[in-house]
Design a protein around this ligand. Sequence first.
Ligand code: AMP
Length: 754
Amino acid sequence: MSGDPGDGQGGDRRPVGLLVRLAYATIDDFRLRFAPNLSRGGVFVQTRAPKPVGTAVAFELRLSTGEKVIRGEGLVRWVEAEDPGATPPRLPGMGIQFTKLDAASRLLVEAIATGREAREAGGAATPPARGMTTHPPGQRPPVATPEPSLAPADLAPPTLTRPGATPVPATAGTTPTQAELDRPHRVEQLLAGVAPVPIPLPAVPEPITRPSRAVIGIDLGTTNSCAAVVRDGRPYVIPSREGHRTIPSIVALTSRQTLVVGHLAHAQLLTNPAGTIHGAKRLLGRPFDSAVVEELRGRYAYQVVADAEGMATVKLGPLTLTVEQVAALILREVKEVAQNHLGEEVNRAVITVPAYYNERQRQAVRHAAGLAGLQVERILNEPTAAALAYAYGRHLKQRVLVFDLGGGTFDASVLELQDTIYQVVSTGGDNFLGGVDFDARITDLLLRHYEKQVGTGFTGDRVALSRLADAAERAKCALSERTVFPLQLPFLALHEGKPVSLEVTVTREELERLVGPLVDRSIDVCRDVLLARGLAVADIDEVILVGGQSRMPLVHRKVAAFFGKAPSRAVHPDEAVALGAALLAHSLESAEGVVLIDVLSTSIGIALPGGQVKTILHHNTELPVRKQYGLSTTRDGQTEFELVVLQGESELAAGCEYLGTVALTGLPPGPRGMVKIVVAFEMGAECLLTVSAREMHTQRQVSVRMSTRPGPGGAQRQVARGTRSGAPAIHGGLHATVTPPAPRTPPPARGHRG
Ligand code: AMP
């Protein structure tokens, strides 16, 4: 991601600004003549003053008229020396690998590359581009030495025309002269500093014309995201631009009104908490007035508002971003990092989501991926991904429990592994249990120390509070490695005009006392998840710990005490999910397929009059599943009705999450009660819901439209109001008549198969 020099965050990586003045006056000339110097991965710029290899550059390629054609950022990956002895004389230059292009430039580069490929496919002897092209993973892109297929004569006029290409019509006044073309492009340092390339807000899904060869696995995490890929049969994590193994799932607006993502965004979390969006994954696909969003609003320093359709949306200075857009910016960063690393186009991915994500949240991830220019090959549940990382290729026969304690949430899933079959048998979790809750306990401790020291409550502002929370997290992480941590916060706040500093020594023992009840809650969830299937702790062969917070020694100890065995150390807690996703991506492309069998993490039902819920698909039901439900009309001549679909375990509609409204229209008019409809709920392997309906008398398919947005009124509010007033929640006043609700499946007691 670009450094924003104005914020001084770029450090040594601050790009050098380059203005490249080309000899061409028209975009057509540019497209035809410049094509050999351009590929999707980069550009070769002729210049007598190339920058040293490794220089980060922010560049603009402009026509001789001053019109900008390509704008972006990149890294100098090779420098080519002048060769006056060559025929024709070879000009010096530098190959720049793109790290970022603005949207218009990307389209132009894509169009030029596609055009060249079409010509190549058509048999024209077009020289390959000298910009970055595909190269093996882990290797540098090929150095653009003259292509062997290029006879020297092919390079005239100087290096830019292509053999076999349609001659460029000499348009008076636009086509450059030979002398002009002989000149290197003029490269000037941009004196006014680098204009940061604004990250365009993704607004519409980017069309994918050519699915990429590479398919990556992405763990779109609450705190950090991670990408992985399989090469030569081995999965590995793709490092971030900065060389880290994960990318913070953070988007921020800098003081220069530039959007930054990842580590750069994280850098300003402390100084500009209101302009830094973190933890957005928890808001994804949720209505503004849902209980979860209400709870989270109090925790985040940035503003969460409702959009016109009632969905949670975030404010970032003057910008209003949908949560899908925030996720798309993170996914686009991951995609670009992967492209830079692999040196080839990446537009396909397997993306993981928490097992508890509902239908709408999964759709939101798909939508975000589309905005980021990624085609989702599969949405994969995080625990299953972790199990894949643990067991892939090991031909195991085991029952495992994946214990996933991340930054914001906790998930526990039992899976039965049998060679290539990964079957989830029970799953559960707590949406409000994660690392941030641990941090909050330490922050409270620090606030108590402050009060004791100063004699009054905390007087600091938001930035000071962020510093406290950050210090609390640092102390927590440090105490996973050591037993004592001295914490120093100089000039934290002002009290009676004087600066107050805080110095506290936190011990592991103290931390464990504070957070013990939180770890106990995670163990309670494990107990419930086992009970739901009649399993005992002895039935679990291995416990796999994932999620950053699971690194805490107390978590290890409590898990070991509960399960009677130490948890497995076979997978990396931060990387297992991405590696599992990459392995699934690999298996989808190869013959070594795996079979994934999942269960429904949260029950799905419909709202009934009086604010009750009728469960249609039950929690822990094996997927895919199809259940039918019978309805009949309650009014003479009724031709349509609506069903409010909810997800949750509560018997009351108000306690469940609104999923959508199904509108059934085009029913044949008939006397009340005589028109009967069978509605089928189908949940596929990826937990995506389809609803269909058939009118029983004529057997005609009824048109079904599921709208997943609550609308400005908020269906959740509607349902809740219905509950209080006793008004019917199902429009049209229908009642269920045919199929009784499916009984909750008793947990089958399964023997130990390990
Ligand atoms: P994740 O969402 O899996 O990236 O987990 C992030 C959470 O893990 C954050 O709350 C971190 O503070 C926490 N975390 C990371 N490393 C450690 C550590 N060594 N000890 C305790 N917690 C950690």
